[in-house]
Design a protein around this ligand. Structure first.
Ligand SMILES: C[S@@+](CC[C@H](N)C(=O)[O-])C[C@H]1O[C@@H](n2cnc3c(N)ncnc32)[C@H](O)[C@@H]1O
Length: 245
């Protein structure tokens, strides 16, 4: 009897120790996660402040979380647009990025942003924001519904690009269409727009840390040998490809 009691107490003790260790590991995990989250949030605030300072913005930007490009990505895009002074900028999906790019064109005193937007509601919202910021002369939001494109024998729903120039795109910012439209949703930017790029044009791909985007970049590199790839440290990933053709 004493032996049984002894064994039961030991089992209970071991179980309690096991549970305690699990709780201990969980707490440390949560602490590390909380630290990492606050570092990430702080970096975004630093990047957002950088945007307001470097672009001397007179009105607030719309949200830069969730659906929008993050401040660190927008800052990379803005710095390139200010330094390289592209005259023709095309972007896939409108929103906060349109305002940032249009403001760069205004500060440069030259250039135009052509923003492809598949959703008429958000196209109109971005146009309103451009007017609110006094940037309507520097960017045009193009109503570009997702239409079927036949690429490598496969159908891809992608923007109607009828209103884009055939050549001379100096900068391309890819942040759409949304991922749910199909697997590798942003791939068609390659076959449909890369042949229209100027020499030394830069392509910025948002969300480059996702597995879909990683696969897209690999495929582009296989299909467009002249592209030189680099990356920027951004929370969602940022791939930069330069057309060295
Ligand atoms: C990944 S988001 C990126 C939008 C844009 N490049 C930016 O940085 O804000 C893609 C889509 O979000 C949608 N969108 C634009 N403005 C929005 C808003 N205020 N709220 C929710 N969705 C929006 C648009 O349909 C856009 O094509």
């Amino acid at each position: 009897m004493a032996m049984l009691l002894h064994s039961l107490t030991l089992a209970l003790l071991l179980y309690t120790l096991y549970k305690l260790r699990k709780a201990h590991l969980l707490l440390f995990g949560l602490r590390d996660q909380a630290r990492q989250d606050s570092v990430t949030q702080f970096r975004q605030l630093e990047a957002l402040q950088g945007l307001y300072v470097e672009l001397k913005l007179k009105a607030s930007l719309p949200a830069t979380r969730d659906w929008a490009a993050s401040p660190d990505f927008l800052l990379q895009v803005a710095r390139h647009a200010r330094m390289a002074r592209p005259l023709c900028v095309v972007e896939c999906s409108s929103g906060t990025s349109t305002l940032v790019l249009a403001r760069c064109m205004q500060l440069n005193g030259a250039g135009k942003v052509l923003s492809l937007e598949h959703d008429p509601h958000y196209a109109e919202l971005t146009r309103q924001q451009l007017r609110h910021h006094g940037l309507q002369d520097w960017a045009r939001v193009l109503d570009a519904p997702l239409v079927p494109h036949q690429l490598s024998g496969e159908p891809w729903p992608w923007y109607d690009i009828g209103a884009l120039p055939e050549t001379g795109i100096d900068m391309l910012v890819i942040d759409g269409p949304p991922q749910f439209t199909r697997a590798l949703a942003r791939y068609p930017a390659g076959p449909l727009l890369f042949p229209r790029l100027a020499v030394d044009a830069a392509i910025f791909l948002d969300d480059a840390a996702r597995s879909d985007e990683t696969a897209i970049v690999q495929r582009w590199q296989r299909e467009f040998a002249a592209l030189k790839l680099s990356s920027r440290v951004c929370e969602k990933g940022c791939a930069v490809l330069v057309n060295a053709a």
